[in-house]
Design a protein around this ligand. Structure first.
Ligand SMILES: [Zn+2]
Length: 277
């Protein structure tokens, strides 16, 4: 989600990234979620390996639960969203993080986490929209693109200086990880919101759940009386509410304001959802 704190101090081994740098093959490809052609430096396979490392790190820093009723709810909603996502070449995995905040986040390669605070306070439509938002980040490859930007910068540095030392390369790779974990840009947040309501609607949930969820978040913020630091880099909730309402009206509603009937879900899914390791 956009309005949450991201786990700090997540670190991928620099060596892994260096390996990925050397393995990645540059090509352009049409993004299935946005329909835009873009440069792809990190293959899906490499992305999933990055995701696995991030997942491992998250599990050492947070209490992640794969069983129990709250985790089961995240999974059952998540499976329905994953089945209608524009991206089907990754394995989606859903887990619960024990934390009071209403929060959710995604790691590249299909990893989605929802906090117990979110699951306790959100109804199914709201949860579907939030999970849809996170799956939207994965489908549109936002995490990878953020990482790629860092990789491009480091490659650029290396090209400028032929005498680039291993140590400097390592530092550049670390900077790329920091970039990824700093969070997504505003544009990525709007895009994920749009994809989130679309996926929730396709999966048979009410896309207005996104609007009511944002209203709940707003109340929490007002109660706190101050804005958490991470909000300063994210679009404000009123703007996000307006953007989401516009998409629901223009894309998902009939002229009389009722919701359009979503397309039939894919037979048997075709989606790969894995049990967390
Ligand atoms: Zn987000």
């Amino acid at each position: 989600m956009g309005t949450e704190r991201r786990p700090r101090a997540l670190r991928l081994p620099a060596l892994l990234l260096l390996l990925l740098l050397s393995l990645s093959v540059a090509c352009t490809q049409v993004n299935p979620a946005t329909g835009k052609e873009e440069l792809v430096l990190i293959s899906t396979e490499a992305e999933m390996r990055i995701g696995l490392s991030v997942d491992r790190q998250i599990r050492t820093e947070f209490k992640v639960r794969d069983d129990g009723p709250a985790a089961a709810r995240v999974k059952s909603v998540g499976v329905r969203i994953a089945a209608v996502s524009d991206r089907q070449d990754v394995e989606y995995r859903f887990a619960l993080v024990a934390a009071k905040d209403m929060n959710a986040f995604a790691a590249p390669g299909g990893f989605v986490y929802a906090t117990s605070g979110l699951v306790a306070k959100a109804d199914d439509d709201e949860l579907a929209c939030v999970i849809g938002h996170e799956c939207g980040h994965i489908a549109a490859r936002h995490g990878v693109k953020t990482l790629q930007a860092g990789m491009l910068a480091s490659l650029f540095t290396a090209l400028l200086d032929e005498n680039t030392k291993k140590k400097e390369y390592k530092a550049a790779a670390q900077a790329a990880v920091t970039l990824l974990l700093l969070g997504y840009s505003r544009r990525h947040e709007y895009e994920a919101d749009l994809l989130g309501v679309r996926y929730a609607w396709r999966a048979g949930y009410d896309p207005h759940g996104m609007v009511s969820f944002f209203r709940k978040l707003k109340k929490v913020e007002q109660k706190r009386g101050s804005f958490p630091e991470f909000l300063s880099t994210h679009p404000d909730l009123d703007k996000r509410i307006r953007a989401v309402e516009k998409v629901i009206r223009a894309e998902l509603s009939n002229p009389d304001g009722t919701l359009k009937k979503p397309p039939a879900p894919p037979e048997g899914g075709g989606v790969r959802v894995s049990e967390p390791s």
